[in-house]
Every structure is written in structure tokens, then in C-alpha cells.
Ligand binder design. Structure first.
Ligand code: NAG
Ligand code: NAG
Ligand code: NAG
Ligand code: NAG
Length: 347
């Protein structure tokens, strides 16, 4: 009897590590968690997005005479707009009937607002909320910019997402004519966004919230990656603001912050699922990924700024040359201003 008990005890003792091994991952890794975005912010957003979905048309040319189509420039920033003087030069001399500017600035950061005469002066949107890396807050910020621009002006036809580290590589006239007057681009009227599927880290990014967290709405073969700095059509901006299904997935926090770049996946995956034919598959914002540091691309230094660099950054294998580039150190402002009129705005 005693030896029987001993054998059973021994057996249980030996089993324990096996049971622990099998059960532990389920017990000790948290279940799919709730979003970290405050519920009040999420409600604010849903109200804004619903208003934009209901109140704005994706059709542009309904009225006669045809309104001039506009480009909405959407700046997403958590610091000063270092290159505001260059952008002011870019827009200078062009009527507001051709463009609008909107800025989403993190309200928890002390940001110097460009003053009198700047296109940024009244461009800061009031719905802006806190943003941080490796979180879905950059998706929300972009959707707030879309919703605001959709509601603000029915003539906003293209939506360009930019950051404080972006600079123009051409004149405004070049950008406008390429989008609206070049027959090749105009007849497509597509979004310039990457929909990349052959990226080595894609699987790690897909399971960043848990092995099955994205299912069933987002199977791995639909999952895409692309730069957050894209140019979208009005139809696609509206589609993005209306989305609730994918947002519920991408809104979940990641287990690992080093594989967590929700904004690089949400927009390309949504476009890939809803309208891949309506996208070019490339972006018009040049970026240098040759030496990345903690997920950041290369930042150009003041000594590297030259007319040669600008000409080089414009070169593209696609239908039209690059319009914008990132990233530049804030100290590049002076050398960039020095070549703005003679190089950057000369096409
Ligand atoms: C923001 O800047 C102002 C003026 O420089 C300063 O007085 C204030 O303390 C700053 N606030 C924060 C939160 O850093
Ligand atoms: C902006 O312009 C107004 C009126 O011209 C002037 O009173 C004010 O000082 C200016 N502000 C800045 C920051 O230049
Ligand atoms: C890209 O960045 C690398 C440094 O990582 C630099 O050597 C190279 O010149 C840059 N390429 C271009 C086209 O500017
Ligand atoms: C264009 O394509 C060639 C060949 O694939 C490649 O070497 C080059 O880097 C590409 N240029 C740009 C600007 O992407």
C-alpha cells in the first residue's frame, strides 16, 4: 500500500513539469487584451469618424462647374514642424483653391506653432490626441486627419500623409500637375501606397499580438506592410475612416514592442483587402533604409544636403519621380532653405 502511494506520488511529481510545460504558456501569457487607448478617446474618434462617413461624399465631380480638386497635406507630428519654412516656400504663390494643410500634433508635447503668414498657422486640428511609437495611436491620428479633411472640404481629392521629418523634392506645381494633369496618373486615380508581402519580418509582425489574434478577419495571406507615408485617394480615405472590423484587430496591444508598428500594417492590409487594384503598390515618399537604427530610417545630416542629393532622391523606377523625402535632421533646415528656390522648387 505504502509503495503504491509512493509510486503514484513519484508519478505525479514527474508529471508536474510536463503539465506545467503544456499549460504554462496559456496560463502565464495574458489572453488577448483590451486596447490601451482610453475609452473616452475611442468614443470621441467613433463620433468623428461616423460624422465623416455620413457627411462626406467620395464622389468629387458631382457639382457643376467642377470645383478645382485639392491635395490635402496631412502632417503627423510629436515635435516642432522643423521644416515649416520650406513647406511655406513650397506653397507660396499657389492659391488655397488647390490645397489644404492639416496638422495632428500630440497635445502632450510642447510644440511651437508657426506664426503669422505660415500655412500651418490655423492648420492644427482640435481632435488631436496623444501619440506614441509601437502603438495603434498613429493609426488613430491618421484617421483623425482623414476624417477632418473629408469633412472640411469636399474638394480634397488626394490625402498625403507626411511627418515633421519630411521635405518636398519638387515644386507644388510639379506635384499638382503630376496628380491631376498627367494623363497616366490621372486616369488611374489610385492610391500611392505600398502593399508589400515578401518582407522577412512579416510573420513576426503578424503574430505580434498572439498567434491567432488577427483571425479570422485578417488571415496571414492578406497581411501587408508598407510605409506610413503614403498618398491616398478620397475614396480610400473614406473607406479607412469607415473601417471598424480591422481596427478592432490592429487596436490590440502587441506582446513585443520591437515587432509592433501597427500603422505600417493597418493601411496596407486594409487596402489590400478592400481595393488592391486601386493602389499603385509604391509610395511617392523616398526613404533610405540602408542603415536602420531601432526601426528608424537613415536621417540626413546638414553636411549631406546638396543639389546632387535632391536630384538623386527624386529618381524613381515608377511612373512619376518621388515627391517627398524623409528623414532629415532638424539642423538641415538652413542648408535646405539655401537650395529651396534654386534646386528643390526647380523641376
Ligand atoms: C512649454 O513651454 C513653455 C514655454 O517655453 C513652458 O513655460 C512650459 O513649462 C512648457 N510646458 C511643458 C509641459 O513642457
Ligand atoms: C502676428 O500679427 C499680428 C498683427 O499683425 C501682430 O500683432 C502679432 O504680433 C504677430 N505675431 C507674431 C508671432 O509675429
Ligand atoms: C543612405 O544612407 C547611407 C547611410 O546609411 C548613406 O551612406 C547613403 O549615401 C544613403 N543613400 C542615399 C541615396 O542618400
Ligand atoms: C531601380 O531599380 C534598380 C534595379 O532593380 C535598383 O538597383 C535601383 O535601386 C532602383 N532605384 C530606385 C530609386 O529605387
Amino acid at each position: 500500500m505504502l509503495s503504491n502511494q509512493f509510486v503514484i506520488s513519484l508519478f505525479l511529481l514527474l508529471c508536474l513539469p510536463i503539465v506545467f510545460f503544456l499549460v504554462a504558456p496559456h496560463v502565464f501569457s495574458p489572453p488577448p487584451r483590451e486596447s490601451l487607448i482610453p475609452i473616452a478617446d475611442e468614443i470621441d474618434d467613433q463620433i468623428l469618424f461616423r460624422r465623416a462617413s455620413a457627411g462626406s461624399s467620395s464622389h468629387l465631380s458631382s457639382g457643376t462647374p467642377h470645383p478645382k480638386l485639392k491635395i490635402a497635406f496631412l502632417f503627423l507630428t510629436n515635435s516642432d514642424l522643423h521644416f515649416a519654412p520650406i513647406w511655406d516656400g513650397f506653397f507660396s504663390g499657389h492659391p488655397r483653391s488647390l490645397y489644404n494643410v492639416y496638422v495632428h500634433a500630440d497635445p502632450f508635447v510642447n510644440i511651437t506653432r508657426p506664426g503669422n503668414g505660415s500655412v500651418f498657422q490655423n492648420a492644427f486640428i482640435t481632435s488631436a490626441k496623444r501619440t506614441s511609437r509601437a502603438s495603434p495611436t498613429l493609426i488613430s491620428a491618421t484617421r483623425r486627419l482623414f476624417a477632418t479633411a473629408l469633412l472640411d472640404d469636399p474638394a480634397n481629392a488626394y490625402f498625403a500623409v507626411l511627418s515633421q521629418h519630411c521635405i518636398p523634392l519638387h515644386s507644388f506645381r510639379f506635384v499638382y500637375q503630376s496628380l491631376f494633369e498627367s494623363p497616366r496618373v490621372r486616369t488611374w486615380h489610385r492610391s500611392f501606397i505600398e502593399l508589400i508581402s515578401d518582407e522577412p519580418r512579416l510573420w513576426k509582425r503578424y503574430i505580434a499580438r498572439g498567434r491567432y489574434a488577427m483571425l479570422p478577419q485578417v488571415p496571414f495571406d492578406k497581411f501587408r506592410v508598407g510605409s506610413h507615408f503614403f498618398l491616398m485617394t478620397r475614396t480610400h480615405a473614406l473607406l479607412t475612416v469607415k473601417d471598424r472590423i480591422l481596427w478592432r484587430k490592429f487596436n490590440l496591444p502587441c506582446y513585443r514592442s520591437d515587432e509592433c508598428y501597427p500603422e505600417e500594417h493597418y493601411f496596407p492590409t486594409l487596402m489590400n483587402m478592400k481595393d488592391p487594384e486601386g493602389c499603385t503598390g509604391y509610395t511617392l515618399t523616398r526613404v533610405n533604409w540602408t542603415a536602420t537604427v531601432k526601426g528608424h530610417p537613415y536621417s540626413y545630416k546638414p553636411t549631406e544636403v546638396s543639389s546632387h542629393l535632391i536630384h538623386h532622391l527624386r529618381l524613381s523606377n515608377h511612373s512619376t519621380s518621388y515627391f517627398f523625402a524623409r528623414k532629415f535632421m532638424p539642423t538641415c533646415l538652413t542648408p535646405l532653405l539655401a537650395i529651396a528656390d534654386s534646386v528643390i522648387f526647380r523641376d
